[in-house]
Ligand binder design. Sequence first.
Ligand SMILES: [Zn+2]
Length: 284
Amino acid sequence: MPRIGPYTLHTIETGRFGLDGGAMFGIIPKPLWERRIAPDARNRIPLNMRCLLLEGEGRVILIDDGLGDKYDDKFADIYAVDYSEMELHRSLRAAGFDASDVTDVILTHLHFDHAGGSTRREGDRLKVTFENARHHVQRKHWEWAMHPNARERASFLKENLEPLAASGQLHLLDGDAELFPGVEVLTVNGHTEAQQLVKVSDAEKTLVFAADLLPTTAHLGLPWIMAYDVRPLVTLSEKEAFLEAAVEGGWRLFFEHDPETAVAGLRRTARGVAATEGRPLSEL
Ligand SMILES: [Zn+2]
């Protein structure tokens, strides 16, 4: 098992889904992006919802938790939800954990494909999935999600937020912080207000959970920015600064949505920063 500092790392694959390829790549013409990730007949590209679990120092820390299972048939059809190969609870069990073992959930942001697994339906009631966990969310992002703008509203589902608000298990953060030894959150504001990336490091290694700043390796190219982003020019400068720091520091990146690559390093090329060959987390 790969380790960083006191933590053992586990990939928790929570399932696959599909989003419109045009929306995923913004201004990039389809003849370019379809060579990176091929769309289906309805123009959707396959995406993983790949989460990361850190175990150590008496804690079991899960970073994001996929879209959960509260959706209806219409949602499953639009977003091509596919749990045939992977699902949150199956992946937790395969790694040797149960939902009740999780002590902390770091939510990078509250879009449904990142935070939907935090709550579940039991009969006609909604419950928090991780009954023993504190859920760490940026305060500015929480307020943004509770009062969403019309353009982003479809990404923030009430059933994903209200049980957390009522649970007393929410820990709101004010900006960048070291949450646990060697586990820092870094805020960025281009994709949505106050998204938090998670940086795990020790003296030798750094791995950053890049969330929706860099959802796939195809998004390493500076203009490859999702149409979903609320402030694309902010994303542009955040990506530039982040990639510079990542190359300088020799950081490896964990890609939440890439359909193939879980972890990759970075190298400078004549055409900007590119990924080294992708690896599974086990070869970190
Ligand atoms: Zn998002």
